[in-house]
Design a protein around this ligand. Sequence first.
Ligand SMILES: Cc1cc2nc3c(=O)[nH]c(=O)nc-3n(C[C@H](O)[C@H](O)[C@H](O)COP(=O)(O)OP(=O)(O)OC[C@H]3O[C@@H](n4cnc5c(N)ncnc54)[C@H](O)[C@@H]3O)c2cc1C
Length: 333
Amino acid sequence: MRTGGVRLDLLIIGAGPAGLSAADVAAREGLEYLVVEKGLIADTVYHYPIGLTVFSTTNELELREGALRPCREKPTREELLSHYVRFALEQNLRVNTEEEVTRIERLDGEGFLVRTSRGRYEAARILVCTGAMARPRRLNVPGEDLPKVHHRFVEPFPYVRKDVLVVGGGNSAAEAALFLSEGGARPTFAIWPSDWENRDPRMGCIKHWVRGPLEREIAEGRLRLFLFSEVEEIGETDVKIKDAAGASHTLPNAAVFVLIGSDADLRLLRDVGVRVEKSGLTEVPSYDPETFETNVPGLYVAGHFTNSRHIKEAIAVPRRVIPLIAQSLRAAV
Ligand SMILES: Cc1cc2nc3c(=O)[nH]c(=O)nc-3n(C[C@H](O)[C@H](O)[C@H](O)COP(=O)(O)OP(=O)(O)OC[C@H]3O[C@@H](n4cnc5c(N)ncnc54)[C@H](O)[C@@H]3O)c2cc1C
C-alpha cells in the first residue's frame, strides 16, 4: 500500500496533548507513525493567554510522571508549553508541524489516503486528534468583523487605559476580564445573569480562584460588571448593548473580546463518512466508547472534540487506544 512513497501504520492528525500522547505510545509499540500538525507543537496551549495559570493539576497535564515541575502549585502556559515541546524533542517524536491535513479518503480494501498542504500519505490506521478550537463562536451582530473585535484573548498590554468589552460566561472570558483589569485597561465584563449566578462547577461556573479576584476588581471599581441580554451592534468607537432588563446602552469602546466558546471543525471526519451526533451545545463524532473507533473501520478519534474533553483524558485515551490499534495491525499481518 504505497502512494507518493510514504506508507504508515498510523497517521495521527494534531499535535496537542492527545496527539503527543498517541505518538509516544505508537513509538513504544514500534509502529511506523507520523503526526501531522497544522500549527506548532501544542498549538492550542501556545494560543492560551500569555502568563495564564492553568486550572488542572500537574499530574493531569504531564506526559511523564514528575516531568512537569511548575514553580507554583499549578503550571503557567509557558511551563506547560515548554513541557510538551521538550517532551516531543527528547522522545524524538515524529511530528511534522505547519502541515495541514485537508482530506482523508478510504482506499479500496483497507487503509486511507491522507492529503495535506504539503503532500499525501497512505496509512493503515488514522487517529484524528484535531481538538475543538477551530471555530470560535460568534455573536453574529453587525460590526463583528471590525479589526478591533477578537475571538481570542492574548494579553492586556495593548489595552492599557482603553475601554474594552469582554463578552462571555465562562472561565476564558472571566480570566480575560481579570487580566485586562489588573493590567490597566478599563474593562466591562458583559455576562448573562444566569452565568454570573451559576456557582456549580459541574455546570461550568467560573472557577472560584478566578471569581474571587474578579469580585475584588469589581468592588474596587476597576472592572465594570454588566449583566446583559444581547449585544446589538459594534461600532468603530462604541458598542450598543442591552442590559438584562432589555434597556439599550451605548458604551465607549476601543476593543471587544467575544469569548463564548468554540466548536470543532468536523469536515475532515464528515467527508470520509464518520457520523456525528449532538452533545450539549456542540457536535461530536460518534465512536465506540471502549475503542474510540468511529463507524469508519480503522479511523479513531481522541481528545477535546470527543466526550473526553480535558487534557487528562486527551492523554489517557491514546494510552488505551494505541495498543489496540497495534494489536489489530499485528492481527492483520
Ligand atoms: C485558555 C484555555 C485554558 C485551558 N485550560 C485547561 C486546563 O487547565 N486543563 C484542561 O484539561 N484543559 C484546559 N483547556 C482545554 C485544553 O486546551 C484542551 O482540552 C486540550 O488542548 C485538548 O487536547 P487535544 O490534543 O484534544 O486538542 P488540541 O490541544 O486542541 O490539539 C489539536 C491540534 O490539532 C491541530 N489540527 C487541527 N486541525 C488540523 C488539521 N486539519 N491538520 C493538522 N492539524 C490539525 C491543531 O492545530 C492543534 O494543535 C484550556 C483551554 C483554553 C482555551
